[in-house]
Design a protein around this ligand. Sequence first.
Ligand code: HEM
Length: 148
Amino acid sequence: MKKIIALLIVACSLNVHAAAGTDYTVPYANDELFHVFGDKPGLVKLVDDFHDNLMRDPRTRPFFENVEQDFLKEKLVEQFCEVLGGPCVYNGPLMSKIHAQRGIGKTEFNALVQALQLAMDKNGIPFPAQNKLLAKLAPMHRDVVTKQ
Ligand code: HEM
């Protein structure tokens, strides 16, 4: 019994900081990066531009056409804010649950990353900060990409 309790404690503590819609994404520990991205107003602007790019690109547009756009943007801001160490909690479903049945391949995943990079460039986010956000999002491909 003691062993089981000890295992449960270890399991809980491993998951305690996992967030942003996965079981494994650990947000940055302080809000330094969140400030580099311009706090919440900066993220709202970034996600607007990111979303415009997604709707413009024929590789990604079909996936997003029939989606509640304002809700999606709100959730992306929430997720990025949390990952970047900001004062937010992403409380949407797991990434695997949202994306698994959508037939997303590597091409579409890379297109989304490109759309985000373009938006970050446009908003003057310094390269090292861009890479830090991408480093947290990239491992999510395992939950998002389900098509060869
Ligand atoms: C690291 C990559 C990605 C991240 C971090 C991400 C993140 C998110 C988030 C936070 C949401 C909102 C979920 C909610 O309702 O709470 C979402 C929804 C969605 N994602 Fe992704 N996503 C990624 C990749 C992709 C890709 C590559 C596609 C397709 C090209 C895609 C298509 C969608 C669609 C269609 C929805 C809307 C679901 C709905 O509201 O019905 N995602 N994503």
